[in-house]
Write a protein that binds this ligand. Structure first.
Ligand SMILES: C[S@@+](CC[C@H](N)C(=O)[O-])C[C@H]1O[C@@H](n2cnc3c(N)ncnc32)[C@H](O)[C@@H]1O
Length: 362
């Protein structure tokens, strides 16, 4: 039902954006290029939003960038279909991603910095891969607009998203610079010139649920020495957090749909991932001997570096704290300290797994 409702909302938005005088005028301004339009839009995005919790992104109102692209879409996205694997539906890849304004802005700024560096060190073509480009391949489009020397190959698992992305690229007149291909970026082979810039925004907080790590493990081998990769680094943070704080009544943010008091947790950096690192398990122990009596949940969050840009904690859905779930009940995993606390809590999951059943007591 949700997917159908999303689709209807998008159809309405598409119609509005197509006939919006505001966007039509903007588009027709002879002096303004698409690049300037996009930069003007992201400049107006706040640097640091009001606390933006995981789970709230999809229900936000449409972002300006989203409306801008809808104005240029030559046809409606097809009715969304579930596809196997980690592929987003054609609508989710718009609502979950493009509506996360801080994420989009920081990725665009990081790409601008990277393309700028590559232009200084390279007088030839700049070969870019955007792995998991989505329905509106904003990251590949932005890279291409930054220099006519940029050539982008966009890879996407969902064929419906591929069809819309291909049509959008054509409408924008970027088909000489951007090729959108239906491929699984975790397994596909890349032929031709080595990659100068590899981009993939396929991560959820804590590197769970989405395939950033397998995608990077597969594609990093094609990056030329001195080439750049975005994100450039992901730090995973963990902490044991009092359950009562999660349940407290003064409501500022919500985590996974549940309102909580915002108390800055005492985060520990438990793992640093650089794309290309071989990372088959995410495994760490959170010391728990010091815990007072009470109930605790384990929170996992990230700090994502995109060149000099950083996304932290509640900034975005790709960094926001999540609570590990108990795999049998699919409910929050809760540590109940009544007497002697256990020495540590073990968190163990494969990159891309859901957090279900990630925690255990040792
Ligand atoms: C979070 S969205 C990002 C979309 C777009 N790059 C953006 O930044 O707005 C991730 C996209 O990656 C795609 N995806 C997931 N797994 C993939 C895979 N193995 N190969 C290619 N694409 C994949 C999803 O279908 C989804 O469209």
């Amino acid at each position: 039902m949700k997917a159908v409702a999303d689709w209807k909302n998008l159809v309405t938005l598409y119609k509005k954006a197509r006939y919006s005088i505001f966007y039509a005028e903007w588009w027709n301004k002879s002096s303004s290029s698409i690049l300037l339009n996009l930069e003007e839009i992201i400049e107006n995005y706040p640097d640091r939003p009001a606390i933006l919790p995981k789970g709230s992104v999809a229900t936000n109102s449409p972002s300006t960038l989203e409306q801008y692209f809808f104005h240029h879409l030559p046809f409606l996205p097809p009715r969304p279909q579930a596809i196997p694997g980690n592929g987003f539906s054609v609508t989710d890849s718009i609502t979950n991603s493009l509506r996360d304004e801080i994420r989009t802005k920081k990725f665009m700024l990081g790409i601008k910095e990277a393309v700028g560096q590559l232009r200084l060190s390279n007088s030839g073509l700049i070969h870019v891969i955007d792995a998991g480009c989505g329905t509106i391949p904003i990251l590949g489009i932005y890279a291409a607009l930054l220099s006519p020397k940029v050539r982008v190959v966009c890879l996407e698992l969902n064929p419906q998203s591929v069809a819309v992305a291909q049509a959008l690229v054509k409408t924008l007149g970027l088909e000489d610079q951007i090729t959108v291909i239906h491929q699984d970026a975790t397994t596909c082979r890349i032929s031709g010139a080595p990659i100068d810039l590899l981009i993939s925004e396929t991560m959820n907080s804590g590197l769970f649920e989405e395939p950033l790590v397998p995608i990077m493990t597969n594609l990093h081998q094609y990056v030329r020495p001195g080439g750049l990769v975005l994100p450039s680094r992901v730090d995973i943070l963990g902490t044991l957090f009092p359950y009562e704080d999660v349940l407290a009544s003064s409501l500022i943010v919500n985590i996974q749909g549940t309102p909580v008091t915002y108390v800055e947790p005492n985060w520990q950096r438990v793992l640093t991932y650089h794309p290309g690192d071989l990372l088959t398990r995410i495994h760490f122990a959170l010391p728990s001997r010091h815990l007072r009596r009470g109930k605790y949940v384990d929170l996992i969050s990230s700090t994502v570096s995109i060149g000099s840009q950083t996304i932290r904690g509640y900034d975005s859905s790709i960094s926001a704290p999540a609570i590990a779930l108990n795999h049998t009940s699919n409910d929050w995993w809760i540590l109940d300290v009544t007497e002697q606390p256990p020495p540590s809590i073990i968190i163990n999951y494969a990159p891309g797994d859901s957090l279900n059943g990630a925690a255990s007591v040792k």
